[in-house]
Design a protein around this ligand. Structure first.
Ligand code: ADP
Ligand code: MG
Length: 336
């Protein structure tokens, strides 16, 4: 064996040893937290948070083999698309991965939540989609989380839905822009993006179609309420149409239950139903309803920096870890 190979093997051995020691330390700390029962929900929540904090603090997530592009979609408004996009992106970036968020919603909520400039006139995803501008010219780096980048949306994007209709390759414009940008980054020797997350408007129009064509994976946030599953079959039908005609590799890889209130029977019923239909796609971690999550955007922050120890931030961190560790393998889909 050459000296280099010995060094390499030694380094691997040491890093495995350090990793094992770290896991053992985390496990021992988690075990030391006293068990609580259902009669004291607040104590149980605090203990669950403490376990999660110990398990996740400072953990680095595995890098995917190639850039994973996920479209966060649900044609319902207010189900947590934007909140899920920005907080997962922040969590992945804090865990050492390079993440690009594409704000593809004229409301620009993702840009706001990430503290990214997006007043009218700021170079934005509108210029990319409609005026053939390069993504590189509009992407901004987050000041709070250095590995996080965002292509903002301005109010101009509200006209894009109509303007796109008459343009060539109208369904492919975002895909072409993202592919060119990723290639340019590689050619310049920049570190690769590990994740691209695309936040969609609450509709199934051309902006969402562009996002479906650009991505390999669809991530669907579902709010655990009575009408949650209504509209889901329409969304799945659209994904199937895009898959058949425009993007054969598109699949629903991930479902996240959001604004989950564990105290209500309805939330349990909806969650059971979603897991019954999509056992492989639905994350084990559901995101609870949390005041801290809803406050964060008004400070131009994600909850990951606004209150990293809160229940909501820990839930998004746990969800991000699941996504990173499961990889992007296409999964079976039981039709309802
Ligand atoms: P969408 O992008 O699907 O329209 P948003 O992410 O903007 O949905 O969420 C809708 C509203 O619900 C926002 O005001 C947001 O702050 C709030 N919200 C989202 N997730 C949570 C949560 N887990 N707990 C409390 N409020 C939430
Ligand atoms: Mg939104």
């Amino acid at each position: 064996m050459t000296g280099d190979a010995v060094d390499q093997q030694f380094e691997q051995h040491v890093s495995r040893g350090t990793r094992d020691a770290d896991e053992a330390r985390r496990a021992a700390l988690i075990d030391s937290i006293p068990a609580t029962d259902e009669s004291t929900p607040l104590a149980a929540q605090l203990a669950a948070d403490a376990r999660r904090r110990i398990d996740l603090a400072g953990r680095r997530f595995p890098r995917p083999q190639s850039t994973r592009i996920l479209t966060v979609a649900n044609q319902k408004g207010g189900v947590g698309k934007t909140t899920t996009t920005v907080n997962l992106a922040a969590a992945l970036a804090q865990a050492g991965l390079n993440v690009l968020v594409i704000d593809n919603d004229p409301q620009g909520n993702a840009s706001t939540a990430l503290g990214i400039e997006h007043h009218s006139g700021t170079p934005s995803i509108y210029e990319v989609l409609v005026e053939d501008e390069e993504l590189a010219a509009v992407v901004q780096q987050s000041s709070a989380i250095p590995r996080l980048w965002c292509a903002p949306a301005t109010i101009d994007l509200s006209g894009a839905e109509i303007e796109l209709v008459s343009l060539v390759a109208r369904e492919n414009r975002l895909r072409i822009a993202i592919d060119a940008y990723l290639e340019a980054c590689e050619a310049e020797g920049r570190e690769r993006f590990d994740y691209v997350l695309i936040d969609c408007p609450p509709s199934l129009g051309l902006l969402t179609v562009n996002a479906f064509v650009a991505a390999r994976e669809v991530l669907i946030p579902i709010q655990c309420e009575y009408y949650a599953l209504e509209g889901l079959s329409q969304l799945l039908k659209n994904v199937q149409l895009i898959k058949n005609h425009l993007n054969p590799s598109l699949h629903v890889s991930t479902i996240v239950l959001t604004m989950y209130d564990a105290r209500t029977n309805l939330a349990h019923q909806v969650a059971d139903e979603v897991r019954g239909h999509f056992p492989d796609q639905t994350l084990r971690t559901s995101v609870p309803r949390s005041v801290r999550i809803s406050e964060a955007p008004s400070y131009g922050q994600t909850v990951m920096t606004y209150d990293p120890g809160s229940t909501g931030a820990l839930a998004y961190l746990a969800a991000a870890r699941e996504i990173a560790e499961r990889g992007s393998a296409p999964l079976s889909e039981k039709e309802s």
